[in-house]
Design a protein around this ligand. Structure first.
Ligand SMILES: [Zn+2]
Length: 106
């Protein structure tokens, strides 16, 4: 594994750990008992919806990081899955989980 690849792997793994930590704290928040006050309940329901949306986003991001790590292991990392061209380095820096080059990304 090249130095560049190990740096990418470390970056992906630290992002993955951060996302998993975020998901854990979301779950803890969601599991907390709701108050009986109805105004607060309405507010909490709203918060739950936000938490749900973030939870879905976070799970998707975790899956994307894991598949990026898998591509890294397989030696396909940084290659556009659509056209097979290398994904630009600055794009990978901004979005290390990117699977498409800038031309193929929608
Ligand atoms: Zn492409």
């Amino acid at each position: 594994m090249s130095a560049e690849t190990s740096a990418q792997k470390e970056d992906l793994e630290s992002r993955l750990r951060e996302l998993e930590g975020r998901l854990e704290s979301l779950k803890r928040d969601a599991a907390q008992e709701h108050s009986s006050d109805s105004a607060e309940q309405a507010q909490e329901r709203e918060n739950d919806e936000v938490v749900d949306a973030i939870g879905v986003e976070t799970r998707e991001a975790i899956a994307a990081m894991k598949s990026a790590l898998q591509r890294l292991e397989e030696g396909n990392y940084g290659i556009c899955i659509q056209c097979g061209q290398a994904i630009a380095a600055d794009r990978l820096k901004a979005r290390p989980e990117a699977t498409h080059c800038i031309d193929c990304a929608v």
